[in-house]
Design a protein. Sequence first.
Length: 107
Amino acid sequence: MPQSDLLRLCAVEAVSEGAPFQVKIAGYPAFAVYFVEGEFYVTDDACTHGAASLCDEGDLNGFHIECGWHFGVFDIRTGEVVSRPATCPLKSYPVTVQEGEVYIRLV
């Protein structure tokens, strides 16, 4: 994949295992970057139910992020809703790691 198709989010070492890491880039929604079981995952940071920041107020348990406002749960691998009151999935992004940097492809 050409480098121009990718958006750099952060360095690999910026993301701790099991803790969401927020990335803000002008012109884009805030992103949540996760490192779980040796893999990186990226979703939008805002809960689709109440717009709370999942990085600031969420609780990551394995592959599930729970919103701290109303306790909706999402699968970080796909963005799919695991538990209500959320009904709309999170936007998730294909991740590429190159030379110690985390990139996503906007689709």
